[in-house]
Every structure is written in C-alpha cells, then in structure tokens.
Write a protein that binds this ligand. Structure first.
Ligand code: B4P
Length: 185
C-alpha cells in the first residue's frame, strides 16, 4: 500500500493534483473539504454544525474530520492506497492519521509551494466561476492566516521525520503534475 498527503495552503492546487495522482496510481482520493461540503449540501447534522465555520474559513473540529476519515479508510475495501487532500490540517489530526495508518503504511507528504499573491488570485477566480461560499476576499485572508498558524507547523513535523517532499506549485497544472510525478515514480 502507498499513501500520500497532498499538502499546501488554500488554493495551492491540492484538489486539482490529488485527483490526477489518484487516477495515475489508482489511489482512493479523500478530500475533507469535499466531504464536508457534501455534508453541508445534504444538511446532515454534521453539515449544519460546520457550515458557518466553513463559510468564515475557520477549521472544523478535529473530532469531526478525524471521524469522517476513519470511516472512509475503514470502509474503502481493498485499495492500492489513499491520497489525503486537505487532511491533516492540525498536529492533532496528523497524529490521529499516523495511528490510523500505522499498520498499513505511513503517508509521504507532497507539499505544493505557491506565493500568497498567486493563491489569492486563484481563489478569487474560482469564487467568481463556482460561487463557493468561502472563495471571497475576506474569507481567503482568514484562511491564509489560519493556514499559517495551525497547518504550516506540520511541515516541520513531517520534515523532522523525513517524510516531506516540496515542489514548486506555480506554473501550468500539467507542469506541476510532472514535478510531483517525478518525485513519486
Ligand atoms: P478545502 O476544500 O480543502 O479548500 P482549499 O484549501 O481551498 O483547497 P482546494 O483543494 O479546494 O483548492 P485547490 O488548492 O485544489 O477546505 C475548505 C474548508 O473545509 C476549510 O477552510 C475548512 O473550513 C474545512 N476543512 C477541510 N478540511 C479540514 C480539516 N482537515 N480540518 C478542519 N477543517 C477542514 O485549488 C484552488 C484553485 O486553484 C482551483 O480553482 C484550481 O483550479 C486552481 N488551480 C490549481 N492549480 C493551479 C495552477 N497550477 N495554476 C492555476 N490555477 C490552479
């Protein structure tokens, strides 16, 4: 089994690249953002609890996302591996995932590096085309601050364990994909 985490700030291209890597390596793609948005659109209990937080760009409680991931990992049957997208986002989630995967294979972290200016540009463009509730100027600012405070520290955590691969996330989508593929052949 091969497991990966696609990592980076909001707008770095995590969802975009995770889908390609999943297709190429026949991995199960698990995006907590997409799974949470599905809960919101179905107006489940979880959806109702998280929708305001998500619209403001705040992180959802660790327990909620940990539980969602655990269910998906345990109910995916025989798979070649997983690519986690948007998870983990806190040290607590990272520890939880390592315990969950300890008997399988600890994931390698693929980190996309993109400038703050380019991130805002991409998210504002997506907001205009898809109308996603959290892709507006004010929320984007908050998401970037939260990323720096709560998620970025994970880079040191994984680097110290020699599980971190960073690539330049700027340029054409195909170009970024080639950089990632070269690292995981
Ligand atoms: P996510 O859905 O993970 O949102 P995101 O960080 O913006 O990443 P996304 O994958 O959508 O965007 P991408 O970079 O691919 O999370 C949304 C919210 O859910 C969070 O704010 C939080 O509230 C909650 N949440 C999710 N997971 C959580 C967790 N683990 N713990 C707590 N809360 C959690 O792409 C962005 C745009 O850039 C796209 O439009 C894409 O087309 C474009 N793009 C990609 N690559 C490009 C390139 N090379 N050049 C130009 N544009 C590119």
């Amino acid at each position: 089994m091969r497991n990966f985490i696609i990592f980076g700030p909001p707008g770095a291209g995590k969802g975009t690249q995770a889908q390609r890597i999943a297709d190429a390596l026949d991995l199960k793609h698990l995006s907590t953002g997409a799974l949470l948005r599905e809960e919101v659109s179905r107006q489940t209990n979880i959806g109702q609890r998280v929708q305001d937080l998500m619209a403001k760009g705040e992180l959802v409680d660790d327990n909620i996302v940990d539980e969602i991931i655990k269910n998906k990992v345990e109910n995916s049957g025989q798979v070649a591996g997983f690519i986690f997208d948007g998870y983990p986002r806190t040290i607590s989630q990272a520890n939880y995932l390592d315990v969950l995967l300890a008997a399988k294979a600890l994931p390698l972290i693929l980190n996309l590096e993109v400038s703050a200016e380019e991130l805002s540009k991409r998210l504002i463009l997506r907001g205009q085309t898809t109308g996603r509730a959290d892709d507006n100027q004010e929320t984007i600012k908050n998401r970037l601050i939260i990323y720096q405070q709560q998620t970025q520290p994970l880079l040191d955590f994984y680097a110290s364990q020699k599980r971190l691969i960073s690539v330049d996330g700027q340029g054409e989508i195909e170009e970024v994909y080639r950089r990632l593929s070269d690292q995981i052949k």
